[in-house]
Design a protein around this ligand. Structure first.
Ligand SMILES: *Cc1c(COP(=O)(O)O)cnc(C)c1O
Ligand code: SF4
Length: 432
């Protein structure tokens, strides 16, 4: 794999052929936000005849509108001054802090403890699922422009969220019989060599954690580097590892991240999907809905059809988080809800399995079921798909309709109520 980091993107031959303004945008924006694009994405995924409107180009390449105008101008001036790379980094540091590099409370609130204290690199928010962030898996084969982990890729959020002590992980899991699922995440755990990943996986199969029924692997490798499952030197070892998990009586769930059906059509991805499924693993797909990439009902309907045609189950449609280039990618909730419904109405029941639009918020995963009018008041019908407090799972609630609402924090209780029923548990939603 050959990766090109942000500051070298403008040197690519494909980019040299673009209009001068686009090249300038790429230089300016990549001085602030992290970018990395590999040869598979450049050579096989992006349709260069459709650039800049190609969805994968929009997903992976910098675009001028990703920065507020005044910030863009400031960075352009810095670049023209010909600073050294280290001086430039120091000068853009305060600008990066203006882009909400630490959204939500993921880093602190959900970290479990054992007798030694916090176990950084594990997250245990919902009773039945523990997230594992292996230390060597905290990067990806390419970066998505909307990534909510962008700050950690450029080192301005410290990498507390990683674990290298497999024993501590296994001990924690053994002591928590309520956990049925372990979800390896990152970054992308598939960035790790198979033998490194196996150090986390194999100890879960030796009887110390009988109650673990499913190992999930959250990954965008099928989109960004399907060769991880086909021709990489340890691709076969990875598939054998999946088979070991399955032979132990557990499920392997590859939680793929597909943003657009264009990612599903190369010979490499088709072969990768086929090989993974041959091991007995199940592949599910989830992605956020974002402007410029997939803010179109036809795009989702086509993607769901193409996924199911290859045996992949659509799982979640997420709402984009409030960080980084959020203004560029965000869509109002009412639009997201309309796109979801319109996409659903075009496909068969088997292709309607993606729940959404979902926001991963502090009290839980909240789905917008739709917009309704109740006693003359327009409301968002919301429901907890997951909740920190299991008693909240499945509970509906109603938020005032708001044309401008982009995220959970923008929602206010409907029907003149002072607060949501879960407000005591999550004080930040009280801010009116
Ligand atoms: C989404 C999520 C999970 C998994 O939830 P499922 O609904 O079981 O897929 C687990 N932990 C955290 C912190 C999550 O955000
Ligand atoms: S694959 Fe996931 S973690 Fe990696 S850049 Fe994309 S959104 Fe971020």
């Amino acid at each position: 794999m050959r990766s090109t980091p942000g500051h070298r993107l403008s040197g690519l031959p494909q980019v040299a052929g673009l209009a001068a303004g686009l090249r300038r945008d790429i230089e300016v924006v990549s001085a602030v936000l992290p970018f990395k694009v590999n040869n598979y994405v450049i050579d096989e995924l992006i349709d260069w005849s459709r650039v800049p409107d190609d969805p994968i180009f929009r997903l992976t390449f910098p675009h001028g509108d990703m920065l507020p105008r005044d910030m863009y101008d400031e960075v352009a001036t810095l670049l023209d001054a010909g600073l050294s790379r280290s001086d430039l980094t120091a000068a853009v540091e305060p600008l990066r802090r203006r882009l909400n590099p630490h959204p939500g409370d993921q880093l602190d609130k959900n970290v479990p403890t054992d007798r030694h204290g916090r176990i950084d690199g594990l997250q245990h928010k919902y009773a039945e699922t523990v997230l594992v962030f292996p230390a060597n898996g905290q990067t990806c084969h390419s970066y998505c422009g909307y990534c909510f982990r962008w700050a950690q890729f450029i080192g301005i959020a410290d990498l507390k969220q990683q674990i290298s002590e497999q024993d501590r992980m296994v001990d924690y899991l053994s002591a928590h019989p309520e956990v049925s699922d372990v979800l390896f995440t990152g970054g992308d755990p598939m960035i790790m060599r198979t033998d490194v990943l196996a150090k986390y996986v194999d100890p879960l199969l030796d009887g110390r954690a009988e109650h673990i029924r499913t190992l999930r692997f959250g990954t965008k490798a099928l989109s960004y580097w399907p060769y991880r499952f086909t021709t990489d030197p340890d691709a076969d070892d990875l598939l054998r590892m999946f088979e070991r998990v399955i032979e132990s009586g557990r499920q392997v769930a590859v939680m793929a991240h597909f943003s657009h059906s264009q990612e599903l059509h190369t010979p490499a991805v088709r072969e990768a999907i086929r090989r993974i499924r041959d091991t007995g693993a199940i592949i599910r797909s989830q992605a956020p809905i974002v402007r410029h990439v997939n803010d179109d009902a036809d795009v989702w309907a086509q993607m769901w059809r193409d996924l199911v045609a290859q045996g992949v189950q659509p799982y979640y449609m997420f709402v984009e988080r409030d960080t980084g280039a959020r203004d560029y990618f965000a869509l109002p909730l009412h639009r997201v809800s309309a796109i979801y419904r319109e996409a659903l109405s075009q496909v068969s029941g088997l292709e309607r399995t993606a729940r959404g639009p979902v926001m991963s918020a502090s009290p839980g995963k909240v789905v917008i079921d739709g917009i309704a009018e109740v006693n003359g008041e327009r409301v968002f019908c919301c429901r907890f798909l997951q909740a920190r407090d299991p008693a909240h799972v499945g509970r509906p609630f109603f938020a005032r309709y708001d044309e401008a609402a982009l995220w959970f924090d923008d929602l206010r209780p409907a029907f003149g109520e002072a607060q949501f029923f879960f407000a005591d548990e999550a004080p930040q939603v009280l801010v009116a």
